[in-house]
Design a binder for this molecule. Structure first.
Ligand code: IUR
Length: 446
């Protein structure tokens, strides 16, 4: 049996690791037999030398097997689905998509994450709803899926423990941005959910992890191959992430916009993503004959109110008081009587007459992150009330002095530089640019 230093040497020198090598290493990580420095050295060797597709496949499988793998009743065969996004600004897709899929007959054990760098996290958003409990055991997830068909929860202690160790060390060793490590981390957790189908929203653009379509496609292909390799029907959408998704960014504000979407008043870009990703999942589970029927069923579930009903039931099942859940889902909700409103708001004005040709989502997200909407270190609290509302859309004509952005803030107040950064995020022109769809390409399993 090779020793851990021998495995590190092999990868360091650019050799391929065998299935046995990878299994041995992941077992040592999980059993805490590998020293932190050894794990760090292996991560760096993988970062530098990369991995062949067979190695990535084995890494993903062994990581998945490092902990509990969920199992579902036989009657749910073919129906259990989930979505993963590589992270965006104002990305509230999960809050609308999970209940919409449930309304279409799927079972959705959605395991989500917290905010990372400038991107928000679904769990943080949901925790801005008083009482919402993202901590649910596997037994509770099974129970909720039995009655409500969807839940959105955090990763339990038992699920993919190897990823927990490796992820923390990746941060500490500057090895986060390694394609094999990203693939193993994301897909092992989806594998442990024992899914029938998975759709990946791989973003590209200014506010995404990968800036250009080509590198996003490379990641998407690795993720799709690894998912299919585990027996999950896996597809991906490559979606543009330059501005914001919808008009609200920040935890409470995004919950508000999600609820409005579930009441049929959603912005077009959010609806495009929800119907595309949902339609792909319905197609991959053979619930519909083609993508356009899948899109239609998801859209009907959102517009017709069936998804809102599921969201209300999910909130109640995850700890929200019935009265609160009912009130949030009623026709004329006073959202700020339930969700916390920031103490201060400030409106920024258009500096000239013109047409909105660009809004820099990254610049906006960076400012509200610093004002408390996101966290800089794991475990820090976030201020759910901090965020912003865009008051204009791309292509809209606006007059000098008209408000275009409302900032919600508390302590700290925005500095002069931060206000300037927000103001510079708006580009005005003479003519509207032709609008491009958000989804540039789709990859569906054969
Ligand atoms: N999300 C994950 O679960 N794993 C990763 O490596 C990244 C994001 I980057």
């Amino acid at each position: 049996m090779p020793s851990i230093p021998e495995l590190i040497r092999k990868k360091r020198d650019g050799e391929q690791l065998t299935d046995e090598d990878i299994k041995l290493f992941i077992n040592a990580v999980t059993a805490k037999k590998a020293q932190q420095c050894q794990i760090g050295a292996m991560l760096m060797a993988i970062w530098l030398r990369g991995m062949q597709s067979g190695e990535i496949q084995t890494l993903t499988r062994e990581m998945m097997l490092s902990g509990e793998v969920m199992s579902w009743p036989n009657e749910w065969k073919g129906l259990v689905v989930d979505k993963h996004s590589t992270g965006g600004v104002g990305d509230k897709v999960s809050l609308v998509l999970a209940p919409a899929l449930a309304a279409c007959g799927c079972k959705v054990p959605m395991i989500s994450g917290r905010g990372l760098a400038h991107t928000g996290g679904t769990l943080d958003k949901l925790e801005s709803i008083p009482g919402f409990n993202i901590h649910q055991s596997s037994a509770q997830v099974l129970d909720i899926l039995g009655s409500v068909d969807c839940c959105i929860v955090g990763q339990t202690e038992m699920l993919v423990p190897a990823d927990r160790v490796m992820y923390a060390l990746r941060d500490a060793t500057s090895t986060v941005d390694s394609l094999p490590l990203i693939t193993g981390s994301i897909i092992s957790k989806k594998g442990a959910e024992s899914l029938s189908a998975l759709v990946l929203d791989v973003k590209f653009g200014r506010a995404a992890l990968y800036k250009d379509l080509q590198s996003a496609k490379e990641l998407a292909q690795l993720l799709v191959d690894a998912g299919n390799g585990l027996g999950i029907r896996t597809g991906a959408a490559l979606s543009r992430m330059d501005g914001t998704i919808g008009r609200c960014v920040g935890n409470s504000l995004e919950v508000m916009e999600s609820l409005e979407t579930l009441k049929g008043n959603g912005p077009g870009d959010l609806m495009e993503l929800v119907t595309t990703l949902g339609g792909m999942l319905l197609l991959m589970t053979d619930m519909v004959p083609d993508l356009s029927e899948g899109r239609k069923q998801i859209s009907d579930a959102v517009i017709g109110g069936a998804a809102l009903y599921k969201f209300q039931a999910m909130m109640e099942a995850q700890g929200v008081a019935n009265e609160t859940a009912r009130s949030l889902c009623s026709a004329h909700t006073d959202y700020f009587s339930i969700l916390r409103k920031s103490e201060h708001q400030m409106e920024l004005e258009a500096p000239a007459d013109g047409v909105v040709v660009d809004v820099d989502g990254l610049a906006l997200a960076q400012v509200i992150h610093k004002l408390g909407a996101g966290r800089s270190n794991v475990g820090e609290p976030v201020n759910h009330s901090v965020g912003l509302e865009l008051l204009v859309s791309l292509g809209q004509r606006i007059s000098k002095g008209a408000p275009w952005l409302r900032l919600h803030y508390e302590d700290p107040a925005p500095s002069r530089d931060q206000i300037l950064q927000l103001q510079n995020a708006l580009t005005l022109g003479h003519d509207a640019n032709p609008q491009q769809g958000l989804v540039a390409e789709m990859m569906l399993p054969r």
